[in-house]
Ligand binder design. Structure first.
Ligand code: ATP
Length: 369
């Protein structure tokens, strides 16, 4: 069992900088939680406080209900995997994996059993006699994982473990890590700045910015229901189109005007925006690239949401096409079917799927619709 509870955790570095601000999170036993956010948002600092490598300035950290703030790292029953693997170059794979166990004076036959078991899980059995320099990046990463697994810790902390691997290997290792989580039945906290990695790995994702949690949710909810403009722009690639729009009431319609385009909102959304007092105000409109449509049938069925787009760049990615265009001075992307005949220089019509639009308050950046 290993549940974690972080209550009002703050990290203030000696120079007075607050890298983590009032961090509150409950992590259940066997959960796979991802901390994601741009560089410098405090992900690693939070992970290092959990590991005990960094003091907690204020707040409380509990593991299985026990206060851990002042417990030595070695007594926390946690294993950490870093991005630079930190393998000993002069030792074989076996010895690298056995090193921690030897330090703990684990009996030799027990070490043998644990290392072979971990090597089997990670498909490293045939490499146990090799030195790290004779391994590929992915194999080295698996050895680093193996070193953590043999200790059978309650909690695994992983700090950007795949960032030194190439794109293909990262993809493979993501699948390996997911399988590993199922097999080990352990609690894993995984740090990455890569939103794709976060979306494909985690069951629950913590999005951070400037030391503050922005949203904690499932990958699907983060994508479909971002709670603020930052999360909307950070999750998803290519990113959500975001543009300032003015809200007006025209007859019974509530409209949004942006870059010379005016769209009318469907009744439910119109009422919500009006009731919230946004008529006459500026908001931020968000629409994902796949929610802009160029098909005749869609354009005909959604006349209130059509905008003009002069295509700047056409990008074919096999199963889909990205069309890049500008709305005022804001870059927009539409993901359309490769059957499109649109090419750079053409002005085409695109319709927004009004059931999929997002509206954020311009000042607080919090979601309104
Ligand atoms: P990255 O993805 O780049 O590793 P991160 O989200 O993990 O970023 P942290 O390493 O946790 O970010 O750092 C958070 C903030 O704390 C950064 O702005 C960093 O400059 C600052 N910071 C880290 N260590 C110290 C320190 N010893 N003294 C002062 N500020 C620090």
């Amino acid at each position: 069992m290993a549940s974690l509870s972080l209550k009002n955790i703050v990290k203030r570095y000696p120079n007075g900088f607050e890298a983590v601000k009032d961090f509150n999170l409950e992590i259940a036993d066997k959960e796979f939680v991802i901390f994601v956010g741009p560089s410098g948002c405090g992900k690693s600092t939070t992970l290092r406080m959990i590991a005990g490598l960094e003091d907690i300035s204020s707040g409380e950290l509990y593991i299985d209900g026990k206060l851990m703030n002042d417990v030595e790292p070695k007594d926390r029953d946690i294993a950490m995997v870093f991005q630079n693997y930190a393998l000993y170059p002069h030792m074989t794979v076996f010895d690298n994996m056995a090193f921690g166990l030897k330090l703990r004076k684990t009996p030799k036959d027990e070490i043998d059993k644990l290392v072979h078991e971990a090597a089997r899980i990670l498909d490293l059995e045939h490499l146990l006699d090799r030195k790290p320099k004779a391994l590929s990046g992915g194999q080295r990463q698996r050895v680093a994982m193996g070193r953590a697994i043999v200790r059978n810790p309650k909690v695994f902390l992983m700090d950007e473990p795949l960032s030194n691997l190439d794109a293909k290997l990262r993809g493979q290792m993501r699948i390996e890590i997911s399988k590993l989580h199922q097999r080990l039945q352990a609690t894993i906290i995984y740090v990455t700045h890569d939103q794709t990695e976060a979306m494909t790995l985690g069951t629950r994702i913590v999005v951070m910015k400037d030391g503050v949690i922005q949203q904690v949710d499932s990958p699907q909810n983060l994508y479909d229901k971002p709670g603020n403009k930052f999360v909307a722009g950070f999750i998803g690639a290519p990113q959500m189109n975001l543009i300032e729009a003015t809200v007006a009431k025209k007859g019974s319609d509530v409209t949004l005007t942006f870059g010379g385009n005016t769209i009318a909102l469907p009744e439910g959304k119109a009422k919500k925006l009006e009731d919230a007092g946004y008529i006459g105000k500026t908001v931020v409109l968000g629409i994902r690239p796949e929610d802009l449509h160029d098909e005749e049938a869609f354009l005909a069925s959604s006349p209130a949401s059509v905008i003009d787009a002069t295509i700047r760049v056409y990008e074919l990615l096999g199963a889909e096409v990205y069309l890049y265009f500008d709305v005022e001075d804001v870059n927009f992307t539409a993901r359309v079917n490769p059957r499109t005949t649109a090419r750079p220089g053409d002005t085409i019509q695109l319709a927004l799927d009004l059931t999929k639009i997002h509206v954020f308050d311009k000042d607080t950046e919090i979601v309104v619709l």
